[in-house]
Every structure is written in C-alpha cells, then in structure tokens.
Design a protein around this ligand. Structure first.
Ligand SMILES: [Zn+2]
Ligand SMILES: [Zn+2]
Length: 140
C-alpha cells in the first residue's frame, strides 16, 4: 500500500509505503495523522481528514502522454517529404501507444476532501469517477 499526502501543516509532500500497521507521521514536521491498518480500504475513513468520500483516477502522467503524441506528430511531419501521407502512420502508432499506456495504468483512490492519494488497495474499481460538484462540497 502506498499513500501520497501533502501535509496540511507544513506543505511537505509525503510518500508513505505501508507494510505493517503503523502510525502515519509527516516526514518533515512530524505531525501525527493516525494509525493505518493493512486491511484499510475505501470504506474506511481517510486517515488524514476522516471523510469517507473517494474517487478513482488513473495514475497516468498526462505530460508523458502529451509528449508521446507530440513526438508522433513531429515524426509524421519530419518524414512527410520522404514518405508522403504514409508518414501519418507514426502519429497513429504513437496515439495507440498512448492509449495502451493509459489502459494499463492502475487506478488510485483520491480523497475528495484532502486530496490524499491511496495506491494499491483493493476495490478501487468500484469507486466513482471524479465529479466536480462533489469536490465543491469540500471546498469552503
Ligand atoms: Zn508536515
Ligand atoms: Zn482525506
């Protein structure tokens, strides 16, 4: 189990690797957030804010995705004088690569209220997709 959380006290970005039941403490300011059990799942309260509202998101770097598409586009343009319209195959192949990368990327669960990210926990597929009006409920 892995958890990413930006400390609300000192803004330090923490990455926790949970292997045993343990107390979650900010790596920087040592603020204690609570204890997490290995059988924690999305039906439990968020460790940090005690809410139980999560959405699923792909752990996919959109910058890399964009980079792949741009690279494909550049190759297509670069080889256009040599191969003509055939060069657009580059774009097709790179788009497909992008799609495959996205498809095989795992979901993570994100807390609506405090944006803590929970990785490698069963049941993530059952979570809802991100809804903006749900996020607004927690922003005040
Ligand atoms: Zn802190
Ligand atoms: Zn939370």
């Amino acid at each position: 189990m892995k958890i990413n959380f930006e400390c609300d006290k000192c803004q330090n970005f923490n990455q926790f690797h949970i292997k045993n039941k343990c107390e979650i403490v900010c790596n920087n300011c040592e603020k204690k957030y609570g204890t997490i059990d290995l059988n924690w799942n999305y039906n439990n309260e968020c460790i940090f804010c005690k809410k139980t509202h999560f959405y699923k998101r792909k752990n996919f770097n959109q910058l890399i995705g964009l980079f792949i598409i741009i690279l494909g586009g550049c190759l297509a343009v670069g080889f256009h004088s040599k191969y003509g319209p055939l060069s657009y195959i580059f774009l097709g192949v790179f788009s497909l690569l992008d799609f495959i990368l996205f498809k095989f990327t795992d979901f993570m669960g994100v807390c609506y209220s405090c944006s803590a990210e929970y990785y490698q926990i069963d049941g993530v597929d059952a979570l809802e997709n991100f809804e903006h009006h749900n996020l607004e409920m927690y922003q005040n």
